[in-house]
Design a binder for this molecule. Structure first.
Ligand code: ZN
Length: 193
């Protein structure tokens, strides 16, 4: 079973590159992961202004998804590799109800990032149908993951909390994300080696 997930990811990664070259006439080459990450940082700031109505934490992703007029489907899927996906056409974000709450939030924000990249920014399709735990090798997923970190943990606030001595465990509670996500955010801001 694990093999089928890996195979499907490889196929998606291939499609990702192909569509980036041919899709929309926007670019003659696929963007690199580094370019995708820079775009995600800018876009997440912009998206926070547009779709977050109250500056409260943890970010209420259900509210955000509704503000963006997207559909949210929370289904119990008995497959630990399935966490969620964004479906074009219907504008639906699917998440696995069997995920722990911090993962539900980060999955929704990751899929919301795919939507922002594809539909708001109109960039070539990089969305994946199926998300599994793995290294983010495609630019589309590098984008969605960085978008998620920046959307849920804004730079100014996390810097301030860290300066006042907030531990990783405390930040994990405050932002409603896993300690791993907090550490990734701190690393990307140069606050953790
Ligand atoms: Zn993804």
């Amino acid at each position: 079973m694990a093999n089928s997930g890996i195979a499907s990811d490889e196929r998606l990664a291939d499609t990702d590159g192909l569509q980036a070259v041919t899709g929309g006439g926007q670019s003659l080459r696929p963007r690199t992961n580094e370019e995708a990450i820079r775009q995600a940082r800018r876009d997440a700031k912009e998206a926070r202004k547009r779709y977050i109505t109250e500056d409260l934490y943890p970010v209420d992703m259900v509210d955000v998804v509704q503000n963006a007029n997207l559909r949210l489907m929370v289904a119990s899927i008995d497959d630990p590799n399935f966490v969620g996906y964004y479906e074009r056409g219907t504008g639906t974000i699917y998440v696995n109800a069997l995920s722990a709450p911090p993962r539900l939030r980060t999955t929704m924000a990751h899929e919301f990032g795919h939507w922002y990249d594809l539909e708001v920014k109109g960039r070539p399709a990089t969305s994946c149908k199926r998300e599994v735990r793995r290294e983010f090798t495609s630019p589309g997923d590098a984008y969605a993951d960085e978008f998620m970190l920046c959307f849920l943990m804004p730079e100014g606030l996390i810097r301030k909390l860290r300066k006042f001595g907030a531990t990783i465990g405390r930040l994990s509670d405050d932002f409603g994300v896993s300690e791993e996500s907090v550490m990734n955010r701190l690393r990307s801001l140069g606050l953790l080696s």
